[in-house]
Design a protein around this ligand. Structure first.
Ligand SMILES: [Mg+2]
Length: 307
């Protein structure tokens, strides 16, 4: 970790709290080894107060956890195994006393993903923000572009809970407990996505922008038409299909592959897997149908990020 004046004791406290999870910290840079024959997969993600989260709704530990989990979810989407996480935080004066809880939350997410924390940075600043950089390795990283015509489209878990929680907060309501958890404690599907890649998934993305927007990303990258049966979409309890289609921040895995390849998934991970559509020859577009008829996909679902 690098330390601006006065931050050293905070860094020392972080390292004590992280214990064995912190690795290779102390030199000017971390040195990592990628297993022979693997590729390095890198991603970074920023969580900014009042854009991605509000301190009115989440505890400091949840803010840290969520920031790290969102970044780790991008490694999941690539079917990569995490090998390191770097954590850069900007702390306003009003957050000084929350710094350790924040670091504990980051550590929770990293520990759950078996990902060492290999570096970071602390800076004072005007608003709370956390930038998490994750490093992973994979022999065959899964991309957004590998879908083939005839593939089926699948999604893990249930969708819409996280954005339903955000809607509740915006309307001055307390969200249902499971939807609040979906927002505050998303689970990066790391083991699950590696299994899917090994069992024949052809393309994948993690759902951060919403099912419809992320399905469009797969259509564009794969140069294929994607259809979704809206009646098949697994909607979280207490959430709407609109929230599932357009809400985002679910951090489930949306992927394509052959129809019969993933029968053992639910038994292996105790997690729902739902076939929701198909990839077909055609212009790279998304069509969502209900009862066989195309429907308009709601856009700009209300969001902290869009207010
Ligand atoms: Mg992503």
């Amino acid at each position: 970790m690098t330390e601006p004046t006065g931050e050293f004791s905070l860094i020392r406290s972080f390292l004590e709290r992280w214990g064995d999870l912190a690795q290779g910290i102390g030199d000017d840079g971390a040195v990592l080894t990628v297993p022979e024959g693997h590729k390095l997969v890198v991603s970074t993600d920023s969580a900014v107060e009042d854009v991605h989260f509000s301190r009115d709704h989440l505890t400091p530990a949840e803010i840290g956890y969520r920031a790290a989990a969102a970044a780790l979810s991008d490694l999941a989407a690539m079917a990569a195994e995490p090998i390191g996480l770097l954590f850069a935080v900007v702390l306003p004066e009003s957050c000084q006393s929350d710094a350790e809880a924040l670091a504990d939350g980051v550590a929770d997410a990293a520990r759950a993903a078996h990902c060492p924390i290999v570096g970071g940075n602390i800076s004072r600043g005007g608003e709370l923000s956390i930038t998490t950089t994750v490093l992973g390795s994979a022999q065959h990283p899964l991309s957004r572009s590998g879908a083939r015509a005839g593939d089926r489209l699948f999604v893990t878990g249930r969708l819409g809970g996280a954005s339903e929680a955000v809607m509740a907060w915006k309307e001055g309501r307390e969200p249902a407990a499971q939807n609040r958890m979906a927002f505050a404690r998303p689970t990066p599907r790391i083991r699950e996505a590696r299994w899917l890649a090994e069992h024949g998934a052809t393309s994948a993305i993690d759902i951060s922008d919403g099912l419809a927007a992320d399905a469009r990303h797969l259509a564009e990258a794969g140069k294929l038409r994607i259809t979704i049966d809206g009646d098949a979409v697994p909607v979280a309890d207490g959430a709407s299909l609109d929230a599932a289609l357009s809400g985002g921040e679910d951090y489930e895995i949306l992927f394509t592959g052959p129809s019969s390849a993933f029968g053992e998934f639910t038994k292996t991970f105790n997690l729902m897997l739902t076939e929701i559509g198909a990839a077909e020859e055609g212009a790279p577009e998304l069509e969502v149908r209900r009862k066989g008829e195309p429907i308009a996909v709601p856009s700009g679902y209300d969001h902290l990020a869009r207010r």
